[in-house]
Design a protein around this ligand. Structure first.
Ligand SMILES: Nc1ncnc2c1ncn2[C@@H]1O[C@H](COP(=O)(O)OP(=O)(O)OP(=O)(O)O)[C@@H](O)[C@H]1O
Length: 285
C-alpha cells in the first residue's frame, strides 16, 4: 500500500446495526510523520482509532503494524509492539503519583513499590521533557484538565512508542499548554521517528502541527493531503459547513494556537444562524 508506513489500515469497514460507521477506509502513517485525522461529529474518527488500537475488530479490512498483520491482535499485544494510545478520558491510576504511573507503564502494568531504578530514571526524563518535572509527586486527580492530559501523554511515552495515537490531546488545554504539547509531539516525531496520528476537534491546532491531514466524513475518507490542500478542498468545506457547527449541535471547536479569529456569519464562510445564536464554521482557512 504505502511504502514505508509503520501503521497502515486498508479496506476498513465497521457497521453498528444499520449505521455504516466506516466504509472502505484506508490510512497510513510513516515513521516521523504527524498526521491529523479530522471530520465532523459522527464521521467515524473514534471508531477508526478503536480499530487501529485493537479495541474494536473491523467487519472488513486489515491493519498492519510495521508490516505485520495485527488485525486480530488485542490492544495489549499492539502496545507491547510499540503502539500507544491516549484516550479522551484520562486513564491514569488515581492512587499512584504521576511518576509512579509512568513507572508502572514500563513494568507491564504491575506495581512494585519504587519500581526499577531504570524505570524511575526514564519516568523522570519523560516528565521533564513534557514540562511536568515538578508534578512528579502529584496525584492525577489533583491536576487541572490540561496538565492531566499532558500527564496522560507522558504515560504513553514512558516507553518510547513507534506509533502514537492521540485522541483529542489538546482538549481542555490552555494556549500555553497547547504550545508545549505541540513541541513534545514535534520532537517525538523528528528525534525519535515516532509516527503520530491525532484526532482533534481544534482544526487550527491540527493544521499547524500536522504535515498531513486525513478528513473523514460519513465513515469515508473525504480528502487527504497537506494542510493547505485540505483547507482549500471544497468538499471539506462543504462537509463541515453542512454538518452544522454551533453550540447545541456538538460542532467543531476552533481557535487553536495561531489560528486567528473565526469569521462568523459571513457569506464567504457560510456562517449559520440557529435560533439567534450565530454558529461559526470551523476555521479551515
Ligand atoms: N457503540 C456504538 N453503537 C452504535 N453506533 C455507534 C457506536 N459507536 C459509534 N456509533 C456511530 O458510528 C458513527 C461514527 O461514530 P464515531 O464516534 O466513530 O464518530 P466520531 O467522528 O468520533 O464523532 P465525534 O467527533 O462526535 O466523537 C456515528 O454515526 C455514531 O453514532
Amino acid at each position: 500500500m504505502s511504502g514505508g508506513a509503520v501503521l497502515e489500515a486498508s479496506g476498513i469497514g465497521v457497521r453498528f446495526g444499520g449505521v455504516r460507521a466506516l466504509h472502505d477506509v484506508r490510512i497510513a502513517v510513516r515513521p516521523g510523520e504527524i498526521c491529523g485525522l479530522i471530520g465532523p461529529n459522527g464521521a467515524g474518527k473514534t471508531t477508526l482509532f478503536d480499530v487501529l488500537s485493537g479495541i474494536r475488530r473491523p467487519d472488513r479490512g486489515r491493519v498492519r503494524l510495521a508490516g505485520s498483520d495485527v488485525t486480530l491482535r488485542p490492544p495489549a499485544w499492539r502496545a507491547r509492539h510499540g503502539m500507544r494510545r491516549t484516550f479522551q478520558r484520562q486513564q491514569l491510576f488515581g492512587q499512584l503519583t504521576v511518576a509512579d504511573n509512568l513507572v508502572v507503564a514500563q513494568e507491564g502494568g504491575r506495581w512494585r513499590r519504587g519500581g526499577a531504578a531504570r524505570s524511575r530514571e526514564r519516568a523522570a526524563e519523560v516528565l521533564a521533557a513534557c514540562g511536568l518535572a515538578e508534578l512528579a509527586g502529584a496525584y492525577p486527580g489533583t491536576l487541572p484538565v490540561g496538565l492531566g492530559r499532558m500527564a496522560e501523554l507522558a504515560r504513553a511515552l514512558a516507553e518510547p512508542p513507534r506509533v502514537l495515537l492521540l485522541d483529542e490531546p489538546a482538549s481542555g488545554m490552555t494556549a500555553a499548554e497547547r504550545g508545549r504539547l505541540a513541541g513534545v509531539v514535534r520532537r517525538l516525531a523528528a528525534d525519535e521517528g515516532c509516527a503520530v496520528l491525532l484526532v482533534e476537534h481544534d482544526v487550527g491546532f491540527v493544521m499547524d502541527l500536522c504535515s498531513r491531514v486525513v478528513v473523514l466524513d460519513l465513515g469515508q475518507v473525504l480528502a487527504e493531503g497537506d494542510p493547505a490542500r485540505v483547507r482549500a478542498d471544497p468538499a471539506v468545506r462543504e462537509a463541515y459547513l453542512g454538518a452544522g457547527t454551533g453550540p447545541g449541535t456538538g460542532g467543531v471547536e476552533t481557535g487553536g494556537v495561531g489560528t486567528g479569529g473565526v469569521e462568523t456569519g459571513g457569506v464567504e464562510t457560510g456562517g449559520v444562524e440557529t435560533g439567534g445564536v450565530e454558529c461559526a464554521p470551523p476555521d479551515i482557512r
